[in-house]
Each structure stands twice: as structure tokens, then as C-alpha cells.
Design a protein around this ligand. Structure first.
Ligand code: ZN
Ligand code: ZN
Length: 346
């Protein structure tokens, strides 16, 4: 089969690899029908994730059709259409029993990281019964790809960790796919204001189309002053950090209102400054979380009920065989106006 293979920093190839085989009775082999590229894949390609070694097939998101299942898999059979969670969970360890699948002692984020991933014609998915989800008949498969990672990430690490409530003021720092996923799922809770902050006017314009009440381009405007002006000088009740650099985490600390929450979603590669000299008395909560995808079934139902339309985040389509071109587009997301790209294996 063909797959997108990592060969060290700034080196990838679409090349021939052996078709995966079952290794454990709990495995499934899935023929990928649609997959995508994540910001995390770009981090890996820069060499920021050293656990990813030469020869690894990248990708941790996608949907497909079950080709084969191990002898102990009971919930899936060949021919079933499935969503692959970016988190593999054994369902049995202490963390899985607490629904903290991200820290599964036998899995967690391993696809396209520690084991071969989904940017391929076929993938081996461990713990199939607890890591795959049936696609209901008649579903839009492209929307289902958004359930592998970005929707649960924006919802769990941003909205749920931030404890967003009706009539709250929400500020989201970063209008990339994850920030936009938080923007979409935040609307379940009817916040009074959703203020989107980014450097890219196109992304801000799009944010307004999908529910932001205010947008701030922090390159040309003073985001702190604008948020203060919009909130009667209080700041935002919930601030979601969806970038992952020291400057944006610092901004979040300046935006949060007394009693508020900072929910960190961004992947940080550098240490940040914690301004306890101003925050110590403000009754705020800071949360961190890796996505568990524990809300995947709930989000799937909201898509079925047309309360959530994640297909809006898809800007580009490619054949899986054109994945190198798709990476080029995604790597220049600002110039290309790209959010999520869909790769189809027809
Ligand atoms: Zn991802
Ligand atoms: Zn586990």
C-alpha cells in the first residue's frame, strides 16, 4: 500500500509500505476512505516531536471501512464504516476507567506518533472496540473526520475545561481549526459574547460567519483594551488559549475576568510566564488537558441533529495520492486560506 512516511525533520515521502496486519486480538485493520492533516503533523515534520522516528506513517485522524478484526473484537465487523479516534484507549487501565483515555497506559495518542497512522491506504487500529465509533447510515463522512480530533479537542480542552455557562463572555485566542472548533461547540452553552482574537483577517471574517460576536486582529488593535471595552472593563469569563506560544498565553492572563477560567488547548513547546503577581487575588482557574475524545459520541449526535456543522471548517479537497500537495497547502494556510483539508482515498 501507499502511505505518507516521516523520514526525519523536513523530510517526508508518499511511498510504498507493507499493508498492516493484525498484531493483537483487539486490533482492527481499517481501509481509510478520508483523512486529514493536523497542525500536530506539521510540528512533527519540524522535528518538534522527537519520539516520532524515521519510517513512521503520520496521521491520527480519519474515517474508513473495517477490513479485518482481531478474534476478541465484538463491536465491529468487516464492512462497518467507522470513525477513528485520535486517542487509542484500552478501556481497562486506571485512566481509561476514569474516562481519561488520553493517558491510557496502553494507548493514548499513539497513532501517527508511536505507531503507524492514518495517512495511508490502510491502518491498524489498536483496541478497536473502545477506540473506533460506528458512522450512522446517511452521515456526511467529511464531517465525521472532524470528530477524530479537532471537535473533541476544542470542546473538551476549551469549552468544558473552561466551564462555559450561559451568558458568559468568551474570548478565544487563535482562530485556527482548533479555535474554530471551540467556537462552534461553545455555542451549545449560549455565551452572551464570543470574542475571537487572531492575526489573520480571513480567519476572523470566517469566525464571524460561524458565530463570533466580535473579532479582534491583535496585530492592528490592542486586544486587551478592546476586550476591556467590550466587557465593561471586567475581562472575559472564559478565555481559551488555542495557539500554544508564550505571547498568547500571556494575553490570556491579561484578558481573564475575576472569577474566570483560562482553558489552555495550545501545544506549548516553550515555558511561559505565569503572572501570579496580578492573578493571585483574582479567583481564576487555569486548566490544561489533552483530548480524551470522551465526548465523541455526544458530538456525533449533535451533528446528526444538525446542531453542529463541522463541514464548514473544510476548505480544501485532495486525493490521498496528492497528499504532498495537500501538505504544501496546509503548511501555507494563511496564504492559501486553508482550515481543514480532506484527503479522499477512492
Ligand atoms: Zn490532530
Ligand atoms: Zn487504558
Amino acid at each position: 500500500m501507499k502511505a505518507l512516511v516521516y523520514h526525519g525533520p523536513n523530510n517526508k515521502a508518499w511511498e510504498e509500505k507493507p499493508k498492516p496486519a493484525l498484531q493483537h486480538p483487539t486490533d482492527a485493520i481499517v481501509r481509510i476512505t478520508k483523512t486529514t492533516i493536523c497542525g500536530t503533523d506539521l510540528h512533527i515534520l519540524k522535528g518538534d516531536v522527537p519520539e516520532v522516528t524515521d519510517g513512521r506513517i503520520l496521521g491520527h485522524e480519519g474515517v474508513g471501512v473495517i477490513e479485518e478484526v482481531g478474534s476478541s473484537v465484538t463491536g465491529f465487523k468487516p464492512g462497518d464504516r467507522v470513525i477513528i479516534s485520535c486517542i487509542s484507549s484500552c478501556g481497562k487501565c486506571d485512566y481509561c476507567r476514569k474516562a481519561m483515555y488520553s493517558h491510557c497506559e496502553n494507548g493514548g495518542w499513539i497513532l501517527g506518533h508511536l505507531i503507524d497512522g492514518t495517512q495511508a491506504e490502510y491502518v491498524r487500529t489498536p483496541f478497536a472496540d473502545t477506540s473506533l465509533y460506528h458512522i450512522p447510515p446517511g452521515s456526511d463522512e467529511e464531517s465525521m473526520v472532524m470528530l477524530s480530533d479537532i471537535l473533541p479537542t476544542g470542546f473538551e480542552c476549551g469549552v468544558l475545561s473552561g466551564q462555559l455557562k450561559p451568558a458568559d463572555t468568551l474570548a478565544i485566542v487563535g482562530a485556527g481549526p482548533i479555535g474554530l472548533a471551540a467556537l462552534l461547540t461553545a455555542q451549545f452553552y449560549s455565551p452572551a459574547q464570543i470574542i475571537m482574537i487572531d492575526l489573520d483577517d480571513n480567519r476572523l471574517k470566517f469566525s464571524k460567519k460561524i458565530g463570533a460576536t466580535e473579532t479582534i486582529n491583535s496585530a492592528s488593535e490592542n486586544a486587551i483594551e478592546r476586550v476591556k471595552a467590550l466587557t465593561g472593563q471586567k475581562g472575559a469569563d472564559v478565555v481559551i488559549e488555542a495557539v500554544g506560544i508564550p505571547a498568547t498565553f500571556a494575553l490570556c492572563q491579561s484578558l481573564v475576568a475575576p472569577g474566570g477560567h483560562i482553558a489552555n488547548v495550545g501545544v506549548h513547546g516553550k515555558s511561559v510566564e505565569l503572572h501570579l503577581e496580578t492573578l493571585w487575588s483574582k479567583n481564576i482557574t487555569i486548566t490544561t488537558r489533552l483530548v480524551d475524545t470522551v465526548t465523541l459520541p455526544v458530538l456525533l449526535k449533535t451533528i446528526q441533529a444538525r446542531k453542529l456543522s463541522p463541514g464548514q471548517l473544510i476548505t480544501h479537497h485532495f486525493k490521498l495520492t496528492d497528499i504532498i500537495k495537500a501538505y504544501d497547502t496546509f503548511a501555507h494556510a494563511d496564504k492559501e486560506n486553508a482550515l481543514k483539508v480532506i484527503l479522499s482515498n477512492d
